[in-house]
Each structure stands twice: as structure tokens, then as C-alpha cells.
Design a protein around this ligand. Sequence first.
Ligand SMILES: Cc1ncc(COP(=O)(O)O)c(C=O)c1O
Length: 396
Amino acid sequence: MTEFTNKEVKLDVLKERAYNMRWAEQEEGVIPLTAADPDFPAPRQIADALVEYIQGGYFSYTPKRGFPQFKESLVRALKQRKNEEIDPDLVLPIDSAARGMHAIAQAVLKPGDEALVFDPVDFLFKTSMEAAGAKVNLFPMKFREDGTIDFDDIEDYITPNTKMLGLCNPHNPLGKVYPVKDLEYLLDLSEKYGFYIMNDEIWSDIVYSDAKFNSICSLGRERNKRTLSVFGFSKSFGIAGLRVGCVYCQDKEIFEKIVDASLVETTIGGISSLSQIAGIACLDQCYGWLDSFVAHLEGNRDYAWERLNRMPGVKCGKPQATFVMFPDVSGIPMSAEELVEYLKKEEKVAIVPGGKQFFGPGSEGHVRICLATSREILKEGLDRVERGISKLMKEA
Ligand SMILES: Cc1ncc(COP(=O)(O)O)c(C=O)c1O
């Protein structure tokens, strides 16, 4: 069994290679619990598969729509792990989940269209839809007593121009999985109003033992004709820098539009051979590694949840999925952005602020903390957060 101990975290390598608010971008001594990217090296099998391919010595052009084996491996993994029925001809390997979202939006949205995006959620929904010319309407998320999303007034946010709804399942940054009845309801709405669903399942393998992931695609091919899905490898397998992801759907006509929008047929766009080799290794050989990784993350989640809820001015829900915590810090007398700046300067720990930039206005008063590290680093990071917050609350 793979171990996820401090020994595995190679700080010297991370300081050279881990960008996007992480080790390579921080001042010496700062612990980054920032971008959702693991501190552990990717599973060994990926490096082995890449080395073997590289030693073959050829790096020729690849099939424009991706290696058949990549698609077959994806179809098998989606069926086995999530009960999704996908046709390999309707899978497009692509250079990242972010690119997949962009291609989906470009394929079906045009200027004047509207799109509905939950608030909060990862910024890529809004940015990809806006890049296609759509006007994004934000649906402010509210919750029922049992913690599920309250959809009572969602139809007030849908107009005759609404052509797409963004679904982040599991949800980043809230860490929620959607119950089947909510997914059924979103499909009802998509049928009633005729909009597409941009279904992002990049987090669907990081799900804890007290929750169950349900894919909207598992609710049947017939009902999912307007569902356009994205899957990625950056979170589960730690290969964000290889830029690998894929898009899949049920409708051949829309699939062709996505292929056109991705520019793979022109050879301007496309995913590299090495990224696909890595993706195949993930799908065929790395789910055992992933299950151990999720078990480690679950320990970190429970530890961080207890600690955060003991800090003054902080309230934190327990994520069912993802490796991010999203505590409410509105009890601390400064904005989330100011708090993040303060913690970085005074305590040398970096976290991500809620607010418009990353997750939408509904995330004000929150911060996001990444758990994908060793328990030692997480403990030291949380010690620093706690020390900073305690000082602030004493001064208040
Ligand atoms: C919900 C969601 N979708 C997409 C992405 C982007 O993934 P990729 O690195 O494959 O572009 C992320 C990364 O944080 C994410 O959280």
C-alpha cells in the first residue's frame, strides 16, 4: 500500500516545479495550502508508462481525436466506478479539464445567450461561458436543514435565453455531492427549458467514505442528451502540469460541434501523446493508488474539520468530497482577502480567499484550504492559521 507520509513530500522538487500559488511561487518559509494540487508525487505507474513510451523514441502526430486506448480506458473506468454509459466515439481527449469546459461553451453558446452558474463555484464555469459571449447569471446557493441545496427559487434565474447551466459535481469549493433527486430535478429543468448542462466531474474520484457520488450521466442516456461532461486528471492523480482531460456526451451532433470548437481537427488544438500515455496509465493502473490517497485525505479532512471548528470566529462544514475545506471566517473582523494577506505576512501560511475572483461573490467571508499534503505539513499550516486568528480575535 502506498504511504502518504511527510517523507514522500519532496519540498526541494516542489519549490522548483509547483506553481499556481504553490511552493515555487511563495517566499521562503511560507506553507501553501492554496491551489488544489497534491504535494505528493504522482503514482509511480505514470512515470513508468511515460519512460517506456519515451524510450520508444518516436513522438509522431497522434490521432486528432485521441488515442483509441485512452477512450476505451476512460469508458471502462466511468462504467465501473460511476455507472456512466459512454460511447468511446463520443469521448474527446483534450489538454485539460479547463480546455474541455472552454470547448463545450464555445460549441453551444453564442453572444446574447445566457448561462446559469451557481454562486459560489470554481471560476472556470463563469470564465468559459463568458469567453463564448454568454451573459452569466449567478444562482445564489442556499441550503436546506439537511445540508442539501435549496433549489426552490432556481426558476426565477432562468430566462428564455438560458442555454446552459453549470454543474460542478462534486462541488468545488463546497465539497458537496449531489443527491440523485437533485440531479433528476436539474434534468427536469434542462428538459423543460431546453438548456445544456456543463457537467464537470473532475472531483468525482475524491469522495469520502460517508458519502456517495452519483453521476448525472448514470441517470440514463435518454435523459442526458443535453449533458456535456468534463473529466480531468489534475486532482485525482496529481498531473496538472501534463494538461490532460476529456469531454464526453451522448449526442453525435453536439459532439461534432465540440470537436470543431476544440480545434483538434485543424491540429492547432490537441493533447500531447505523453499526456495521453499518462492518462491511460491513470485509468488502467492507478485507481488502487487513488483509493489509498483518498483514505489519507479523509484523515486530513477529519483532523482539519475538528481543528477549524475550534478556532475562534470560524465555522466549517465537513466536505463529502474534494480535498478542500471552505470555512466561514466572517466571525473574524476583517475581510477574507485581508485575512489571507495577514496570515501570509504574519504567520507564513498561504490560503485562498473567497470572493469574486475565484469562487463568486457568494463566497465572501470564506477561505479555501487545501488538504492534499502530509499530516505534518497540514498540522503546521493549521497551527499558523490558528495562531494568527487567535491573535486577531484577542485584539478585536
Ligand atoms: C471544478 C474544476 N474544474 C476544472 C478544473 C481544472 O482542471 P484542469 O487542471 O484539468 O484544467 C479545476 C481545478 O481546480 C476544478 O476545480
